[in-house]
Design a protein around this ligand. Sequence first.
Ligand SMILES: [Cu+2]
Length: 199
Amino acid sequence: MITAAHRELTRARPALTPAALLALLVALAAALWPAATPAATAASPASPASAPSHTTVAGLTVQAAWIRWLPAELPAGGYLTLTNRGDRPLLLTSASSAAYREITLHRTVKESGMSKMVKVASITIPAHSTLDFAASGYHLMLTHQWGAVSPGHFVRITLHFEGGQAQAVDFEVRPPNGSAPQQNMNGMSSMPGMPDMPH
Ligand SMILES: [Cu+2]
């Protein structure tokens, strides 16, 4: 059909100018693009915020980074322990990954005896202190998974701190029960009901 149209055009205008040819090619590309889009999206690690950054933040130590994976592409929770050996507080302001389209900083709070998750703008790790996300009620809420993420994999997430510093962290993906030697209990108590929670 495209070939026929092209022939038609060629016949109608024997003197097809380079400009007209270019316009035709652009139109052709546009017509073909939608079909190519899903595959391109699935394979593409490019999200505006996920430019790989392997910078390390001075004085920061990362331990026990893991993700509670849930089936059916339900939102997953990311947990880790951050130690700030520096003299200034570190302010975690966002996180990004090629594996998830959206990552938000969440805290589980109790309200009228019910626990619910609230979005927080930042998480502070005071100078010379350790913050265990699970124990403190924090988690990274990972939504809109891109591509294959399943238990046994590692997912790289970049933590962005105030002042432009970034730290890439590899999170171990674990099954819904956590199977986590240390974080299991805390993680379990902070996540039930998660899929029903409004965001
Ligand atoms: Cu959450």
